[in-house]
Design a binder for this molecule. Structure first.
Ligand code: S3P
Length: 452
C-alpha cells in the first residue's frame, strides 16, 4: 500500500467563492516533469547534481526517495535546493524495499525505464489511482530491451516487480501512443544499451528528457518525422556527469491562476519565470485564440529551456475549436481549459482527448462531470469534448460539489471555476493538490481568491 500523505489522509473538502479582482505577482512551484528528470538523471550520473527550484510536491519527493533506495545520495540543502550524488549509468543497486510512487505516473514510468537498464530487481507500487493506470505501454518496449516482468497485477498494472536487463539491447521504437513518459522510459533504459536507441513519435511530446540528457553530457539527435512527429536517437553508454539544473515554474500549475485571472473581472496578475517550451504551451496558444490577454515579458533561457514572466488580465473569451494535434502540448490543461470554455461566448470543441481517459482519473469523464454539476452543458462525442459557454448570457451558475477522483488537476480546476461562477463551487477532496502544487490555496489567496 501507498504511504504517501494524500492517499492515507482524511478527505479535505474545500469551497471557492466569487472573488474580487485577482492582483499581484506569484511564482508557482517548479515544473514537475523537469523535477522528476533532474533527480533521475542526477542519480544516473557520476558526480554531484545541484538542483534549484525543485518541485517539493509528493510526486517528486517519491521519485527522490526511489533514487536513494536505488543507491544515489539525495539531500535537501534548502527550500527547493537539492543535491544528488549519482551512481553512474547502469549503476543502480537493488532497492531494499518497494518503490512507492504514490499518485505519480511520471515517476513510476520513468524509473521503470531507468531500472530496466540496470541488472537489479525492483518492486513498483502506488496509490489506488496509480494502480488503475496502464503500464503495458511502458513494459512492452522495456521487455524488448531485455527487462523481465516478474510479477504484475491483472491487466499489467501495479504492483509490478521488474528485473532490469543484464545486457540491455538498443531498440528502434515507434511509440503507439503520444506519450513523453513512454519515450522517456525507452531513452532512460537505452542509456545502458550499446549502440543507438531510437524513439519515433508520430506527434511530438514534451522533450525535457532529450534536452536534459544533452545537458548531462549524452549525445542525442532529434529530427522531424512526418507532419507532427520526431525521431530521437540516443547514443548508448555515455558517461553522464552531474550538472546544475534550474527548474522553471511549471506551466501546468501556472495554468490555474492564469485561467482564474482571465475569468475574474478586473484581474491583472504576473506569473513569474514560467517555462514556455513550445511543447508545453498549447493552453496559452488556445487561450490567445479565444481572446485572452496573456503577455510574455522578459523571455529568457536556462539549461536549454525557455521561460518568461506572464502578465495575464481579465478577458472576454470566445469559443474555439482546438485541433487534436495540439493535445500533446496541453494534455494536462484540458480540465482548466474546459472551465474557461464554460465562461466563453459560444461553443468550444476540444478534439482528440483519448489520452485523458488514463490520467490520474478518467479526466475526460471527470471534467465533463465537473462542468455539468455546476450547470454547464457538455457533450462527449467519442474522444471529443464540446462545451457550451455562458459568455454574453451571464456566468455559469456553479453551486455544485465536484468529485475529484484522487486527481489534483480536477480539484484545482473546480476551485478556479468557483472564483467566477454565480454561486460557490465545492470539491469533495483537495488533498491530492499536494502531489503537484503544494501551497496552491495560499498562492491563490495571496492573489485575492476566496478559497477555504
Ligand atoms: C509527463 C507526460 C504526460 C503528462 C504528465 C507528465 C512527463 O503524460 O500527462 O503529467 O513528465 O513526461 P503522458 O506521457 O502519459 O502523456
Amino acid at each position: 500500500m501507498s504511504s504517501t500523505a494524500s492517499s492515507t489522509a482524511a478527505p479535505m473538502p474545500l469551497v471557492a467563492r466569487g472573488a474580487r479582482p485577482l492582483a499581484g505577482r506569484v511564482r508557482v512551484p517548479g515544473d514537475k516533469s523537469i523535477s522528476h528528470r533532474a533527480l533521475i538523471l542526477g542519480a544516473l550520473s557520476v558526480g554531484r547534481t545541484t538542483v534549484t527550484g525543485l518541485l517539493e510536491g509528493e510526486d517528486v519527493l517519491a521519485t527522490g526517495k526511489a533514487m536513494s533506495l536505488l543507491g544515489a545520495t539525495v539531500a535537501r540543502t534548502g527550500p527547493g535546493a537539492w543535491t544528488v550524488d549519482g551512481v553512474g549509468v547502469g549503476g543502480f543497486a537493488a532497492p531494499p524495499e518497494t518503490l512507492d510512487f504514490g499518485n505519480a505516473g511520471t515517476g513510476s514510468r520513468l524509473v521503470m525505464g531507468a531500472v530496466a537498464g540496470c541488472p537489479v530487481t525492483a518492486m513498483f507500487d502506488g496509490d489506488a489511482s496509480l494502480r488503475r493506470r496502464p503500464m503495458r505501454r511502458i513494459l512492452d518496449p522495456l521487455v524488448k530491451m531485455g527487462a523481465t516482468v516478474l510479477q504484475a497485477a491483472e491487466g499489467d498494472r501495479l504492483p509490478i516487480m521488474l528485473a532490469g536487463a543484464r545486457d540491455p539491447l538498443p531498440i528502434v521504437y515507434a511509440t503507439p501512443v503520444p506519450s513523453a513518459q513512454v519515450k522517456s522510459a525507452v531513452l532512460l533504459a537505452g542509456l545502458s544499451a550499446p549502440g543507438e536507441t531510437v524513439v519515433i513519435e508520430s506527434e511530438a511530446t514534451r522533450d525535457h528528457t532529450e534536452k536534459m540528457l544533452l545537458h548531462f553530457g549524452a549525445t542525442v539527435t532529434v529530427v522531424p518525422e512526418g507532419a507532427h512527429g520526431r525521431r530521437i536517437t540516443l547514443k548508448g553508454q555515455p558517461e553522464l556527469h552531474g550538472a546544475t539544473v534550474v527548474v522553471p515554474a511549471d506551466p501546468s500549475s501556472a495554468a490555474f491562476p492564469l485561467v482564474a485571472a482571465l475569468l475574474v473581472p478586473g484581474s491583472d496578475i504576473v506569473l513569474e519565470t514560467v517555462m514556455t517550451n513550445p511543447l508545453r504551451t498549447g493552453l496559452i496558444t488556445t487561450l490567445r485564440e479565444m481572446g485572452a490577454a496573456i503577455e510574455e515579458v522578459d523571455a529568457r533561457e536556462d539549461g536549454g529551456e525557455a521561460m518568461a514572466d506572464l502578465r495575464v488580465r481579465f478577458s472576454e473569451l470566445s469559443g474555439v475549436e482546438v485541433p487534436p494535434e495540439r493535445a500533446p502540448a496541453m494534455i494536462d490543461e484540458y480540465p482548466v481549459l474546459a472551465v474557461a470554455a464554460a465562461f466563453a461566448r459560444g461553443t468550444t470543441v476540444m478534439r482528440g482527448l483519448k489520452e485523458l481517459r488514463v490520467k490520474e482519473s478518467d479526466r475526460l469523464a471527470a471534467t465533463a462531470d465537473l462542468l455539468r454539476v455546476n450547470g454547464v452543458t457538455v457533450t462527449l462525442d467519442g474522444d471529443d469534448m464540446i462545451v457550451e459557454g455562458f459568455g454574453g448570457k451571464g456566468r455559469p451558475p456553479g453551486g455544485g460539489t465536484v468529485a475529484t477522483h484522487m486527481d489534483h488537476r480536477i480539484a484545482m480546476s473546480a476551485l478556479v471555476m468557483g472564483l467566477a461562477t454565480e454561486t460557490p463551487v465545492a470539491v469533495d477532496d483537495a488533498a491530492f493538490i499536494a502531489t503537484s502544487f503544494p501551497g496552491f490555496v495560499e498562492t491563490m489567496r495571496g492573489l485575492g481568491a476566496d478559497i477555504g
